[in-house]
Design a protein around this ligand. Structure first.
Ligand code: FUL
Length: 448
């Protein structure tokens, strides 16, 4: 049951357009158009790929022989078509990880695909992936690690300039990216020195090359880390964050704050939950048996997308340069489970009654359901603080079903199976009159 009907309800009950315009006043910080579009992506893939894939490391030292990078059958079309088939909206690739190795022949480094024997030094993974994503109709993003354990200038002022030029090369040479990923890690470079990153300039420069970019880091500016690498967002999740006095990396807000946001935060900085499909971020053959099942991935989806954030699922290509069989099988299973779970909205065609503090669904006949999906119209601000769900077969006698807190972009609420004709969501606390975009009801298979 989508938006329009519900809004019609608001019109009727409010009785005048004035009420509507009052409800549609912005409350607190609100997302930009770019952030709104980012929210709607919900789920996309992360790919960690580079020398570590071949050396079995998670953090390369930066001194590796570039020749170790030698995928035997690299096929970015395979990555993109698997991502597409899994329902992922894009791929974010480690264009440069902490070891400094660039997956494109950067002018600003001597540690790149050009120095490797892969394709006789003529290869460019970023180019291949951007073409493959375009072909598959998905988007692409880049992880460009500020920490660089290879670059001789790391730890000096010059490196900040080099980092900016490196970003420029990527952001102006390969078409549009939807997201730029900044890792907070700041360790020592080859000279044992640490870098003082000029993030203000990094940010201004990146946005001057691609103004539509959504930049990720511990504290945004546009989207935040969720405080863990398990893909799990707190049940209460505010899209707001206070960043004053905090830094990326060691000076970031406590993980618990990142996990739930700030109730009265001053800036709209929603959370992105990153997690790997297998134990490590990079591919290691001995971790093939750690690949998460479709069912586990669905559970993570409920705990990330279902709690108002986005899910960034890492699926690292193997030494051939392909997504390994167990990973692609799990992704397809995950997609199948989602398709089944959300195949039949039992609220479709139902009558929706709306009052100031509640919304009621009157079904035509009794239905079985154990999950509902709620969406707030977040362009007007995130409003719902707490709600209660009740229902039954008789309008006069509703039984409590469950309770919840924030809604935001999407809230998926699971509860024990109910057979009912009427369901009510009562907003027990909200910052302002709640505006819902959608309310849907489903019967998830028992096994979920
Ligand atoms: C971390 C990095 O240090 C890991 O290697 C990985 O890239 C992860 C996504 O972010 O901070």
């Amino acid at each position: 049951m989508k938006i329009k009907l519900i809004l019609v309800g608001v019109f009727l009950i409010a009785g005048s357009a004035t009420m509507l315009s009052l409800a549609q006043q912005k409350v607190g910080p609100t997302p930009t158009a770019t952030q709104l579009a980012w929210h709607d992506k919900e789920f996309y893939l992360f790919m960690h790929f580079g020398p570590n894939t071949f050396t079995d490391l998670e953090w390369g030292h930066g001194s590796e022989d570039p020749n170790v990078f030698n995928p035997t059958a690299l096929d970015c079309n395979q990555w993109a078509s698997i991502a597409k088939a899994a329902g992922a909206k894009g791929i974010i690739i480690t264009a440069k990880h902490h070891d400094g190795f660039s997956l494109w022949p950067s002018k600003y480094s001597k540690h790149t695909v050009r120095e490797s024997k892969w394709m006789n030094g003529k290869g460019d993974v970023i180019k291949m992936l951007s073409e493959a994503c375009k072909k598959a109709g998905i988007e692409m993003g880049v992880y460009i690690s500020p920490w660089d354990r290879n670059h001789p200038d790391y730890g000096t002022l010059k490196y900040n300039e080099i980092y900016i030029q490196t970003m420029k090369e990527l952001l102006t040479g390969y078409g549009r990216f939807f997201e730029l990923w900044w890792d907070g890690a700041n360790g020592e470079g080859p000279n044992g020195k640490k870098q003082v990153y000029d993030f203000k300039r990094f940010q201004d420069s990146a946005l001057s090359y691609q103004s539509q970019l959504v930049i990720f880091s511990d504290i945004g500016p546009h989207i935040r880390w969720i405080g863990n690498e398990n893909g799990i967002i707190n049940e209460t999740n505010w899209n707001l964050l206070d960043t004053a006095g905090f830094k990326r990396g060691a000076g970031s807000p406590p993980n618990d704050t990142l996990n739930r946001g700030n109730f009265n935060g001053k800036v709209w900085i929603p959370g992105e939950a990153d997690v790997s499909i297998r134990k490590g971020w990079f591919y290691h053959p001995e971790e093939d048996n750690t690949v998460k099942s479709g069912k586990t991935l669905f559970d993570l989806y409920l705990k990330s997308v279902g709690r108002g954030g986005n899910l960034l699922l890492n699926v690292p290509p193997d030494r051939r340069g392909l997504i390994a069989a167990p990973d692609s099988a799990a992704l397809m299973q995950f997609k199948k489970i989602r398709d089944e779970a959300f195949s039949n909205d039992v609220f479709k065609g139902a009558k929706i009654l709306k009052t100031k503090n509640s919304i009621e669904v009157h079904l035509k006949k009794e239905e079985s359901l154990n999950a509902i999906v709620l969406r707030e119209d977040i362009q007007w601000g995130q409003r719902v603080i707490r709600f209660e769900i009740s229902g039954g077969n008789d309008v006069e006698h509703f039984k409590p079903i469950t309770t919840g807190t924030t809604i935001g972009h999407k809230r998926i609420v699971k509860f024990p199976l109910q057979k009912l004709k009427y369901l009510r969501i009562k907003y027990t606390e909200s910052k302002a009159s709640p505006l819902l975009l959608a309310i849907e009801g489903y019967e998830f298979p028992e096994s979920l």
